[in-house]
Design a protein around this ligand. Sequence first.
Ligand SMILES: Cc1ncc(COP(=O)(O)O)c(C=O)c1O
Length: 384
Amino acid sequence: MKRLLRAAWPESVSRPVATPLQPSVVYATEDADMLDSQYLGQTKGYTYSREGHPNAEVVANLIDEMENAAGGTVVSSGMAAVTIAILSAVKAGDHVIGADQLYGRSLRLLSDELPRLGIQTTLADPTDVNAIADAIRPDTRLVLIETVSNPTLRVADIEGIISLCRQRGILVAVDNTFTTPKLLRPLELGADIVLHSLTKMLSGHSDAMLGYVVARDPELCERMSMLTATMGVTGAAFDAWMAERGLYSFDMRFERASNTAARLADALAELPNVKRVLYPTRPDHPDHNRAVALLDGEGGNMVSFELDGGRDTVNSFVRAMGSLAFAPTLGDIATTLSHPVSSSHRALSEDARAAIGITEGFIRVSVGCEQPDDLIETFKAALS
Ligand SMILES: Cc1ncc(COP(=O)(O)O)c(C=O)c1O
């Protein structure tokens, strides 16, 4: 027998407990008839990992369950999810409304890239359903919102927007990254599309970059999956495998981080050099009542605040925070700090940032799972 390449998988009557990582790009099939039946969906079988692979499917199924959805697709990043959500639902000549407070790259996609493809866009305030109504045109096809916005933590009038868009036959897409399915399941409220950056809280360890997108309509789900394969933005197997591991501890991590975030927000509000604190369930939050009703009294793991001072004050503060990472991300197991002016919202003009309340002194905190008292003391010491 000549030596063959590709060893046989060892037999075993037992099964692995942890999901195996399956990095194979391609799958061998019995014959051409079988391949036909796989492509036609008559037989279930993987063909080529850009078209789908088991690790992505495992993750998609887990998030489907969390979102009370079916048929979600795992893509290569949160931005891939935003892109697939929009491009699967609209075409050149359509009009898209985006919330004026979105993740910076989502704003860039709406303001710079979609118009280049013949898709006109308008940004409007999602906390005011009348502002959304005013932005609607006869060719409006989709509205994109984040329920709790990045980084100002404003709470969109999601119910008002869904009801308005239903009457007008317009799709509502919700980026649920900040709220997570723990605080909100947009499909249950009547949204048409839900998406996530899985890079953040759901995976939770800053070592996997992935996104997830799903629609209420199975046909739209199918188009999302096809577009993902065609554009080549399928999530990688290793990242999906890491994300699956993170998902199992999501509930515990989120609960711990949210409880600490609520306490941290109150502690920050007492400090003299903190001008204002933004946390959805605090009574001084501009959308307090809506936040409490919508999010079941929980505020999530994100806290933003404004330091009394400019860049120098921000630099001294982040240096004084020692081992806490000053890093443009969120949702890590550890607390991270970010400065939207120099990171996520750097592409906006100063005026555009000022209009939504992002100043040089603005800091966004993604609260992690540290011991709460230690964390709060670290902030107090750095700010004193
Ligand atoms: C709300 C929100 N949506 C989408 C994204 C994009 O996610 P990713 O970095 O995985 O592309 C981010 C990134 O921070 C985000 O905060």
